[in-house]
Design a protein around this ligand. Sequence first.
Ligand SMILES: Cc1ncc(COP(=O)(O)O)c(C=O)c1O
Length: 362
Amino acid sequence: MDRIFNFSAGPSVLPVPVLQTAGKEMLNYHGYGLSVMEMSHRSKAYEEIIEGAESSLRKLMHIPNNYKVLFLQGGATLQFSMIPLNLMKKNQQADFLITGNWANKAYLEAKKFGDAQIIASSKDQNFSYIPKTQKSDFRETADYVHICVNNTIYGTRFKPNGLPDIGNLDLIADMSSNILSEEYDVSKFALIYAGAQKNMGPAGVTVVIIRDDLIGQASIDTPTYLDYKIHADADSMYNTPACYSIYVCGLVFKWLENLGGIPAIEEINKNKAQKLYDYIDNSDFYIGTAKTEDRSLMNVPFICKNSDLNAAFIAEAEKKGLQNLKGHRSIGGMRASIYNAMPVEGIDALILFMQDFAKRNH
Ligand SMILES: Cc1ncc(COP(=O)(O)O)c(C=O)c1O
């Protein structure tokens, strides 16, 4: 069987050259005579791998020197707890914008640790838009404001120039489904976190980019693994890291660097997304479910106008090698996740199929 076009929301498509390199290096990494999977994380070879991954990521995102990059485990989900445990410390207050399930999960977890407050939500319209806020909406005493930058399920995003105005408060961002897809100014954030399995590599590692003055606030009874300081002081080697996942992330970062960095992939992503949105907007058969001005570049949810046809669409697409197009159960319909590694050929093939399906079912 040929490779499919994999529209999965995550774990998701990886760049073919990265998979080829990982394959080539599987049995004998750089002449060391063993696989990366078999290496001690304390070995010189592995040190180079993790340091190389960090240095590529720093270059790609222009991460300032006063930020630490951590490679942790537990998924983005563990960050929902680690963030309040470490950072809800001065006034035990945090403000949340609820733009979907993930933002809501982060809020619910923070509520266990202190005074978490919803400042705005788009739940009233099934999270199809990004709510507007102004500075005065946020509590001046909030220890931080949390947002989910790209809403994987509902296909909306805070654009780089559309982040909420929160004055001098610290902004914390879940970027799991759009990290490295377009340029965001890291210095606008106190902490960025992202599970790897969409735009960076295999599941198992979570990148945390944290301003260094925020490290070291956890109380004495915080479980050791959940204290950012432990990981920062040990350069993400407090315990065995997700060695192989970090290695593949490093290959993906190099692939991106060779492509021309984030500006280059941003242009590709905008073209890919525009193509698909243009087709949906111009058809009288499909409807895009996210509000136009808030649309994601990474996740494109849509439905057939006649919703009875959604299941047939997904089943027929699957047979054509266009797979994992089923929308999340909370929204239904279809969702095309078109992360960095989705080639433009995948978008073209999807549009061709959509045209054909529409013609046959009109
Ligand atoms: C935006 C966002 N945040 C958090 C998560 C949860 O990530 P994990 O499964 O790595 O805990 C996901 C997973 O899809 C996501 O899309």
